[in-house]
Structures are given as structure tokens and as C-alpha cells.
Design a protein around this ligand. Structure first.
Ligand code: GLU
Length: 306
């Protein structure tokens, strides 16, 4: 078969899934542009999903502003935009399924309980590292033992805890989810859905075949692969894009004061994102620039087309 036909017949579905905790910044545009280019290079669909499950952290209107920022850059969703805050019923169904198949259990531990039990095991948490859940409420450890349930956790299967996967850019990766993360939260004590569950349910529901997102999320992938296996849903291909570093050498994020994208010159913002992805600069009009970068992306990633 001719190579061009192979690409055009490929049922590619990609997505950009911002959390609307603030406007897009230079770092988020890199992931948005890369996911759009990868979808176009495969003649696939590109979807936008607003990941607003953590509602208290999402200021009103930030979602609409992000969509305007994307549109100003010539990036708009090929299908209706999906908001996670409207999809609780699907997360509930998935949790029920995980509970019935023995993959999830209720946890009655507070943060303090977890720290105390890690301390008792001589494993004080390193600063800036999330605590590895010590498994206190696991059913095979005796379960809740009279404590009221607070959160729901995924029971990392011991025999599958070491997860191997291949990133299209970073190459072979490995993580032991049991020792690095532990039984992670699916539904939080405050009743909010955790990112890990929502992202896996929605990637599956939307038929996403390729995930392209920032490298800061790469170490979430093994948790998501375990959840996909437990829910018996297909596993997408993953590509994690380079992070944009601020002047202080730290990754750009809303938390460390990254400036919102300047919409007065979308082409300049796109050129900066393109440079970060190893693509050439251009002063052509927006549509032509995007077409040129699609071609350049195709060449750059020809060997990696998964
Ligand atoms: N909502 C996540 C974020 O903005 C991205 C999720 C993903 O691409 O898997 O950090």
C-alpha cells in the first residue's frame, strides 16, 4: 500500500485536554500544538476536552477563555467540546465496575493517618514527594476496620505493578506503581473525581487512539495503563512533549506564575511553541504556517508513527 494511503486510512483520534485552572500559557500551547499537528499529520480527528473535575480550582470563564485562545491560534475541536464536570455518571459507572471486579476499595485514611502509618514503618515522606499509600485499608489488610469510608482507591495488582511502556518520543519507560505511587485515589474524600479515573474513562469513551501531552504528565501514564487494563478498554499510544522552562529554569506552570498567552500575536506564540518542538520558524499567515508545521511534524516523526 502507498504510504500516503496508509496514513489517510488510519483511524486516528487525538485530543487536547486542558484543566481550566487559568488561561493557556506558553507551555500548554506546546502540548496543544503538538497534539493538533500529530492529529493532522495522521489525517485524524482532534478533540478538545475541558478537564474541570477539580471544580474549586477552576475559575468561572477560564474554560471559555482557553477555547478562545485556541481558536485565535487556529486550533479548534473537530467535535463538540466535552466538559468533565458533566460526566460524573460515567466515572461512577467505571468506579462501580472496578469495585465489583476487585480493583477498587474504600479508604478511611486521612492524610495524617497515612503520614503516621508511613512514619511507623520508618518511611518518612521525602519533601515535595507525594506519600506512597501504605495500603492500610486494602481489603487484604483488613479493610476499613470500622473507619468511615472517605476516598476510593485503585488496588494496584502486585503482579502487574511494574509497568513497561514505550513513549513515542521518550522511548522505553518503566515504573513500579506499587512502590512509586501505591494504591492511588480514584474518588477523593471531598467527593471529587480524580484526574486518573476521569482521563482514562474519557479517553476510552472518546475513542482516543493517540495521547500527546506535556512531559510533566509522563509519570501518570503507568497508572492510566493499569486502569485501562482493569477496565478492559483499549490502550492509546503516548507521546510526551518537551516542557517549556521559565527564566528560573523551572517548568512553566500557572502555579509558578507563567503569563497567559499573548493573543495579540498568535503567530509569534505559535512560533515559540513550534521552536520548542524542533519545527522551523515561519512568518506565513496562520493557516499556511500550520500546514507547513504539519508537514515538518510528519517528517520529524515519520519513524515514530505508532
Ligand atoms: N488536564 C491535564 C492538564 O491540564 C492534562 C491531561 C492529559 O492530557 O492527560 O494537566
Amino acid at each position: 500500500m502507498h504510504a500516503a494511503n496508509m496514513v489517510s486510512s488510519f483511524p486516528y483520534r487525538g485530543r487536547f485536554a486542558p484543566s481550566p485552572t487559568g488561561p493557556l500559557h506558553a507551555g500548554s500551547l506546546v502540548a496543544a500544538l503538538a497534539s493538533w499537528l500529530d492529529a493532522r499529520a495522521h489525517n485524524g480527528a482532534w478533540l478538545v476536552r475541558i478537564e474541570d473535575v477539580d471544580t474549586p480550582r477552576c475559575p468561572p470563564g477560564a474554560d471559555r477563555f482557553i477555547l478562545q485562545q485556541l481558536a485565535a491560534c487556529g486550533l479548534s475541536s473537530d467535535e463538540a467540546v466535552v466538559w468533565q464536570s458533566q460526566r460524573s455518571a460515567f466515572y461512577e459507572q467505571a468506579l462501580e465496575r472496578l469495585v465489583t471486579t476487585g480493583h477498587a476499595y474504600p479508604c478511611g485514611c486521612s492524610r495524617k493517618d497515612i503520614e503516621a502509618s508511613l512514619h511507623a514503618q520508618g518511611q518518612d515522606r521525602e519533601r515535595h514527594r507525594a506519600a506512597v499509600y501504605p495500603g492500610t485499608c486494602r481489603p487484604d489488610n483488613g479493610g476499613l476496620q470500622g473507619k468511615p469510608p472517605r476516598a476510593w482507591r485503585f488496588a494496584v495488582p502486585p503482579e502487574q505493578a511494574e509497568v513497561h511502556w514505550t513513549d513515542r518520543r521518550l522511548g522505553p519507560q518503566v515504573q513500579n506503581v506499587a512502590t512509586d505511587v501505591g494504591d492511588f485515589v480514584l474518588k477523593r474524600a471531598d467527593g471529587l473525581w480524580a484526574y486518573q479515573l476521569a482521563v482514562v474513562v474519557d479517553d476510552a469513551a472518546q475513542g482516543i487512539t493517540h495521547v500527546v501531552r506535556g512531559e510533566d504528565l509522563a509519570d501518570n501514564t503507568p497508572r492510566q495503563l493499569l486502569l485501562q487494563r482493569a477496565l478492559a478498554v483499549p490502550k492509546p499510544a503516548y507521546l510526551h512533549t518537551p516542557l517549556v522552562l521559565g527564566a528560573n529554569g523551572e517548568k512553566l506552570s500557572k502555579q509558578n506564575g507563567a503569563q497567559p498567552l499573548d493573543l495579540s500575536d498568535p503567530l509569534a506564540a505559535l512560533n515559540r511553541a513550534a521552536a520548542c518542538l524542533g519545527l522551523p520558524g515561519t512568518q506565513r499567515p496562520l493557516a499556511e504556517a500550520l500546514a507547513l508545521w504539519t508537514l515538518a511534524w510528519t517528517h520529524l516523526h515519520a519513524a515514530l508513527r505508532a
